[in-house]
Design a protein around this ligand. Sequence first.
Ligand code: NAD
Ligand code: MG
Length: 384
Amino acid sequence: MLGSTGSVGRSTLDVVSRCDNISIFALSAFRNSELLLSQCLQHEPKYAVLGDLEQHKRFKRLLAVSSCKTEFLDTEDALEFIAVHEQVDMVMAAIVGAAGLSSGLAAVSAGKCLLLANKESLIMSGKLFIDAAKRNNADIIPIDSEHNAIFQCLAETRSRLPSSDGRFVDKLVLTASGGPFLNTPKKALAKVTPEQACAHPKWSMGRKISVDSASLMNKGLELIEASFLFDLPGDAIDIVVHPQSIVHSMVYYRDGSVLAQLANPDMRVPIAYGLAFPGRMASGAKVLDLTRQPALEFSEPDVDRFPCISLGRAALEAGGTAPAVLNAANEIAVAAFLSHRIGFQRIPAIIEAVLSKTSCEPAASLDIIRGADSAARIEAKKLI
Ligand code: NAD
Ligand code: MG
């Protein structure tokens, strides 16, 4: 479990605790020593990893005085070590942001089944990531709810018609809740606070993805994620606003059929699907009762108020290192917004400026991608 103390990490451990045949080999967190220790006491992993060096001493002390038998791995390559370990079959990638790239890539390069929540790693490295998985026969099961929905809708076709999905699919439709500012006038967006942005009406998530959902950059990122995962161009992927967050995405087939996956908005549903694939297991989510459900609505997104969708599309079309640049600029801008250094509407403005100042190259190697990521971060910080 990479990122066990986060929102996806905690939901994953909740699902795991409902089933007898999954054991946790290792847990990793960034700086929340107390929560990591209590997770170790409950799940008894062989190893625990903590990213923030300043917390190492403290965690060692906590571990020493507890009854926990978990070993603390404090080496620099600890995340990669656990991600490729021979005793591991499945890796949950639930670190947030670019920090999850090395460990996720290591896992697929070692042929592990990757449950991918950390969309940023795939957006940054795209084809390189997918090719590493293909070369090493690693399955990638998307955990992002929209992509998990599409994966479920394609599974039927895939099992009967290996490698010919593409010919039957007309388009994918990603649904978007619209976030907390769905009906906020453009003028008022300038004044919204991080607290308002993080108060998502349907999903309870980490702060970075909550801001992405409020700016709709999450959909811009998910468009790129879907293009890489399902090998379809951007013009075959639509985005539709669906405030009830019941239909998690759809696949339009050539014959006019549309397959959708429905569930209450609860990340334990896609997580349980990933853990049990190709079977099914209980997730703990509330059963969907459509007779008590308010009407399901669908509408087009307002790209004037939410320009991040168009920025995502532009980066996907530009290709190469552009998605890595978009992602890096977004991470810096979101962090600045969360610490009250810039206003909400500066987020798309900064990303657009960084994209326009950067020439993209083919994303031919990890070094090139990392270089583009660093340069974009520097540029975004300058603008802030
Ligand atoms: P979060 O902020 O709640 O948790 C992030 C986790 O990553 C924590 O365990 C944290 O300790 C760890 N982490 C942070 N920085 C790190 C670093 N530098 N090195 C190592 N570990 C680090 O985030 P989240 O909401 O759980 O999201 C995790 C990922 O899943 C993100 O990529 C997000 O886009 C994706 N995702 C989340 C949801 C959701 O409902 N929360 C839904 C879909 C996709
Ligand atoms: Mg999503």
